[in-house]
Write a protein that binds this ligand. Structure first.
Ligand SMILES: C[S@@+](CC[C@H](N)C(=O)[O-])C[C@H]1O[C@@H](n2cnc3c(N)ncnc32)[C@H](O)[C@@H]1O
Length: 254
């Protein structure tokens, strides 16, 4: 009988070399890996081919696992294989439903450890040169999803928009235009934003602009790709704003 245990490991924001050293070590010690769809294939390819790997994410092809299914699978595989590594995108505790998995496994007396990961909420803007705080510009940031379970805007979006914090919105690309409209109720329509998709991966894209441009931007977005919306004056640190400013200065000379 294998002794069951579970490690919840943060895989980092995307690029396979952005997992922590501890995370990678634990991954190599896995008896089986249950991973989310946003986990890089390159990272999985670095792990011994004989270790079974099952994709349990919502974007994993034709199989769609409910959270209930995933909880049960973790426990079942821990009894069959021993050490289950539950590999999650970013950090397990940032919109990762890690608590539900820990509680379920623990209710069977299975020991669970957590290996933190680099969250996409900070690393993805960072990879585009956008600081989430900057002295004199923004002294805090607010990481959130824009909508609640029922699809309505979360009150947090309003509170965050009313503050001077940098807004970092996960899982919001589909509703970008509506989010921008909501934020514009409390912030200047010329506030800069960035939408970064497939962050830290080779196919990373970044669209920048100001909130009043949101309508035309929505059509340019591929809503099936993971993306992060950053709103706030720190976004003006992105190189595209230097180019814009340069163009403005050049043209004003004629
Ligand atoms: C369920 S949340 C999980 C977040 C994760 N636990 C973390 O700490 O990064 C998934 C959302 O994170 C964002 N995300 C994750 N990886 C991303 C990436 N490489 N590029 C852009 N957005 C990403 C997207 O908003 C995506 O819909």
């Amino acid at each position: 009988m294998k002794s069951p245990r579970v490690s919840l490991v943060g895989a980092g924001p995307g690029s396979s070399d952005l997992i922590t050293r501890r995370g990678f070590k634990v991954l190599q010690e896995a008896s089986i890996i249950l991973y989310d769809a946003l986990v890089s294939e390159e990272l999985l390819n670095e792990i011994d081919i004989t270790i079974p790997k099952i994709c349990v994410g919502k974007r994993c092809g034709e199989h769609s696992f409910t959270q209930d299914n995933i909880n049960k699978l973790i426990v079942e595989k821990a009894y069959t294989y021993g050490h289950v590594v539950r590999l999650k995108g970013g950090d397990p505790f940032v919109f990762g439903r890690a608590c539900e998995e820990i509680e379920y496994a623990s209710s069977f007396g299975i020991p669970v450890t957590v290996v933190p990961g680099v969250t996409s909420a900070i690393a993805v803007p960072s990879s585009q040169g956008i600081p989430v705080t900057r002295r004199g510009i923004s002294s805090s940031f607010w990481v959130m999803t824009a909508t609640k379970k029922d699809g309505n805007f979360s009150e947090d979006l309003k509170f965050a928009a009313k503050s001077s914090a940098t807004l970092i919105i996960l899982m919001g690309v589909r509703k970008f235009h509506e989010i921008a409209n909501e934020v514009t109720k409390y912030r200047n329509p010329h506030t800069p934003f960035a939408i970064i998709q497939n962050g830290t991966l080779q196919k990373e894209t970044c669209i920048t602009g100001t909130l009043n441009m949101s309508n035309s931007i929505q059509d340019q977005l591929n809503i099936s790709l993971p993306g992060i919306i950053v709103i706030g004056n720190v976004v003006a640190e992105h190189p595209s704003f230097f180019e814009e400013e340069l163009q403005r200065v050049l043209h004003s000379n004629f």
